[in-house]
Design a binder for this molecule. Structure first.
Ligand code: SF4
Length: 327
C-alpha cells in the first residue's frame, strides 16, 4: 500500500476546503469501496479527508412529507429506520439485500451513491480499462462479462453495471441529491446524478471535484402504494445482482393507478423505466400487462456475449416482482 496523508474534518466547510479542487485528495466515509481499491492499487490518493464524523447522520421527516437522509447515515440505520421501512419498503429491502451486515454497518448513504463498479478488469489494475485508464480500451467487451456487466446504457468504451441496490430503489421512489461546494449548495435530480459511460466512462456522476454530498431527499411516498425490491443473483447473500427490480404500485381494485419501475444489475446506471410505467398505468394488474411493461423496460438492451441472458432475466425480475406485489 502506498503512503497517504490522513485528515479528519470537523465540519462540512472544513471538509470541502481541505478536499480542494485536485483529484489526488478524496473523501473517506465508510471506506467500504475506497479502502479495497487502495489496497488493490487501483485508487492512489495522496490524502484522505475523513468525513465520517460530520453531523450528517440524521433521518428527518420534512413538513411536506419528504424524508431527508444525511449522507453519513449508514445503510443499516436507513434500512432499519421504523418510518422508512413502513413508508418505503422497497428501500429497506434493497438495502438489506446488499453486501453483508458488517459492510452495511459501515457503508454510508453518500458512499453507496458514490460506489465504484465491480468490473474485474477495473479492479485488477492491469487490464485495458477506460474507466481506470482513459483510452486504454475495455477488456470486458469481448471478455468475461457475465456477472457485473450491463445490457442497458453501455457504450463501446464501457459496459460496467452500476453495483448499488439502494440506488435502484431511490431511482424508483424519486429523490434529490443535495451537494455542497465552496460556492454554496445545489440540488441534483437523482436520475441525473449517475452518468452513462458514453465516450467518457471515467466520469461517473454529476458531482464536481470539490463538492460533497450532504443529503438525499426522497420524494413523498405515493398514497396507498405498495412497493418491493427483488434481487436475482448467483447466491442468496453477499452477491451483486444479475438483475433486480424495484417496483411501486398504486392499485384501485385490479386497476393500476400509478407505478414506478426501476432495474438494477442490467444497466450502467440505476435504470428507471418511465416507458414501462406508462404501459402499466390504467391497465389491469395482470401478468400479461406486467410482461408487456417488462419488455418495454428492457427495450434497447444489447448482449455483449456472456451477459446476454440478462435481457430475459431483467424482464423476469420485473414480472415476478410486480406479480408478488399484487398477490
Ligand atoms: Fe473498464 Fe468499464 Fe470496460 Fe470494465 S467495462 S474494463 S470498468 S471500461
Amino acid at each position: 500500500m502506498r503512503r497517504f496523508d490522513y485528515v479528519r474534518a470537523g465540519g462540512v466547510d472544513e471538509a470541502i476546503a481541505t478536499r480542494g479542487q485536485g483529484t489526488d485528495t478524496v473523501y473517506l466515509a465508510g471506506g467500504t469501496t475506497l479502502l479495497d481499491l487502495m489496497k488493490l492499487d487501483v485508487m492512489r490518493p495522496v490524502r484522505l479527508v475523513d468525513i465520517h464524523k460530520l453531523p450528517l447522520d440524521r433521518i428527518e421527516w420534512l413538513p411536506d412529507g419528504r424524508v431527508r437522509i444525511g449522507a453519513m447515515v449508514t445503510n443499516t440505520e436507513l434500512a432499519r429506520d421504523e418510518h422508512v421501512s413502513i413508508a418505503y419498503p422497497v428501500l429497506s429491502q434493497a438495502l438489506l439485500s446488499g453486501a453483508s451486515t458488517q459492510l452495511r454497518n459501515k457503508a454510508t448513504t453518500g458512499g453507496n451513491i458514490m460506489q465504484r463498479v465491480r468490473c474485474g478488469y477495473f479492479r485488477d489494475g492491469v487490464s485495458p480499462c477506460n474507466k481506470r485508464e482513459p483510452g486504454s480500451g475495455c477488456a470486458a467487451i469481448g471478455g468475461l462479462n457475465r456477472n457485473v456487466h450491463a445490457v442497458l446504457g453501455g457504450s463501446d468504451q464501457c459496459i460496467a453495471a452500476h453495483p448499488s441496490d439502494m440506488c435502484v430503489a431511490m431511482a424508483a421512489i424519486g429523490a434529490t441529491v443535495q451537494v455542497q461546494g465552496p460556492n454554496g449548495t445545489r440540488e441534483i435530480d437523482f436520475l441525473d446524478f449517475h452518468l452513462l459511460p458514453g465516450s467518457m466512462p471515467w466520469r461517473e456522476h454529476a458531482l464536481e471535484a470539490n463538492e460533497l454530498i450532504t443529503h438525499v431527499t426522497l420524494d413523498v411516498p405515493l398514497a396507498r402504494s405498495r412497493s418491493a425490491y427483488l434481487k436475482l443473483r448467483d447466491r442468496a447473500s453477499y452477491q451483486f445482482a444479475l438483475a433486480s427490480s424495484a417496483a411501486i404500485l398504486v392499485l384501485d381494485g385490479n386497476t393500476i393507478r400509478d407505478a414506478r419501475v426501476a432495474l438494477g444489475g442490467v444497466g450502467t446506471k440505476p435504470w428507471r423505466s418511465k416507458d414501462a410505467e406508462a404501459v402499466l398505468r390504467g391497465k389491469p394488474a395482470t401478468v400479461a400487462v406486467f410482461r408487456e411493461a417488462a419488455a418495454v423496460a428492457m427495450q434497447g438492451a444489447k448482449s455483449y456475449g456472456q451477459n446476454g441472458f440478462k435481457i430475459a432475466l431483467g424482464q423476469q425480475a420485473v414480472v415476478r416482482n410486480l406479480t408478488t406485489l399484487v398477490a
